[in-house]
Design a protein around this ligand. Structure first.
Ligand code: PEP
Ligand code: MN
Length: 399
């Protein structure tokens, strides 16, 4: 589908503002009942401390430029969703340990330096496939992540509360500071999250000394698979920021849609600006990926695989992912990229350093019944620490 909209609104236009997205249709945003309370929160966030510094974002952009040139390997991962009751200091050090163990394996067998990007310090908002959840005869708004509402199944908890943005910001600032301190003298771990909750993103957008606009809520922001409409608010927002931007590419993406997104989000064609995050599913990657790669030929892009989101099944009310499907999609991705003369840029995983039992196989739970032991995710199933290490080893053995 072609829309005439791009003629009226391009990122190079001097009139882009952090609130320009408001003129475009937005999917997946909460509906706040109290407009005054929302405005108050937005005003407070607009003068609040940035979660990350601009020079850190620039450093990531340089490192990603190295991925685009084939010198670095991007390892992006973490929880599907962070939670307000997370034990931040403990989580940061355990996740950093997992990153380092995985990176050591990758550097040993692949030779490229690993760029570490966590889903952390802002990964609080979730897109949902259904707006409501029904239990018995009760229907309530779906849980949309702690920055929007709570998991508890009551009308009060599921109400969309703008004050939650303040709490998410405070936790994100604390998490980012803890992460930075933990990496003092080591290679950095950058932060990333889905740019879903636009009022929050807008309020944390700042103009740099260079006159460009920067999202200071995280180093890398990505466009979710459900909110990548070319004429939509999320694309409008992301088209104006100088940060590196990820684009989730699910099976519904058309080749001309993908190339239009690339042009729109990176009109200057800078190596390392865009990260194409392929999440097609083990069964579909063979059929879909080659034409996406061909359509984007000639562009300096970072291509990575998210082998989690295209391989989600349902058992009862729970989501399930199988280790074998996750590994199969990642292996296919590495092979197909090479067949096309491209360098596979890395991987994007939902993973936890903890011994959670959320994905089947790979040394973890063998049967569906075993998932009960430690199924703790607030949203999607994560590889546990052992599964993530096994995945790295298995992938490196074949790539
Ligand atoms: C996610 O990364 O948690 C997510 C919702 O991904 P996608 O937009 O690819 O479905
Ligand atoms: Mn997820």
């Amino acid at each position: 589908m072609k829309t005439p909209m791009n003629r009226h609104f391009t990122p190079t236009m001097a009139d882009w503002k952090p609130d320009s997205w408001r003129a475009f249709p937005a999917r997946q945003l909460p509906s706040y009942a109290d407009a005054a309370a929302l405005a108050d929160v937005e005003a407070r966030l607009a003068s609040a401390r940035p979660v990350v510094k601009i020079h850190g974002i620039e450093a990531l952009a340089r490192d990603l430029g190295g991925v685009a040139k084939g010198n670095n390997f991007l390892l992006q991962g973490g929880d599907c969703a962070e939670n307000f009751d997370d034990a931040v200091a403990d989580r940061v050090s355990r996740l950093a340990g997992l990153f380092d163990d995985m990176a050591a394996m990758i550097e040993d067998s692949d030779g490229r330096d690993v760029v570490r990007v966590a889903r952390i310090a802002g990964q609080f908002a979730k897109p949902r496939s259904a707006p409501t959840e029904t239990r018995g005869s009760v229907e309530l708004p779906a849980y949309r992540g702690d920055i929007i509402n709570g998991q508890g199944f009551s009308a009060a908890t599921r109400a969309h509360d703008p004050q939650r943005m303040i709490r998410a910001h405070v936790q994100s600032v604390g998490t980012a500071a803890t992460l930075k301190a933990a990496r003092d003298g080591l290679a950095p771990i950058y932060t990333s999250h889905e740019a879903l909750l636009l009022p929050y993103e807008e309020a944390l957008t700042r103009k740099g000394e260079d006159g460009r606009w920067w999202a200071t809520s995280g180093h890398l922001l990505w466009l979710g698979d459900r909110t990548r409409q070319l004429d939509g608010a999320h694309v409008a927002y992301l088209s104006g920021i100088a940060n590196p931007v990820g684009i989730k590419c699910g099976p519904s993406i058309e080749t001309d849609e993908m190339t239009a997104l690339i042009d729109r989000l990176d009109p200057e064609a800078r190596a390392g600006k865009l990260v194409l995050i392929v999440r097609l599913g083990a069964d579909q990657i063979e059929a879909y990926l080659p034409r996406l790669l061909k359509a984007a030929r000639g562009r300096d892009l970072v291509w990575i695989v998210d082998p989690m989101h295209g391989n989600t099944e349902k058992v009862g009310t729970r989501k399930l992912r199988r280790y074998d499907a996750v590994l199969a999609e990642a292996r296919a991705f590495f092979r197909i990229l090479r067949e096309h003369g491209l360098v596979p840029g890395g991987v994007h995983l939902e993973m936890s350093p903890d011994p959670v039992t959320e994905c089947l196989g790979g040394g973890g739970p063998a049967e569906v019944a075993d998932l009960d032991r430690a199924y703790r995710t607030a949203c999607d199933p994560r590889l546990n620490g052992d599964q993530a290490l096994r995945f790295t080893k298995d992938l490196m053995a074949t790539s």
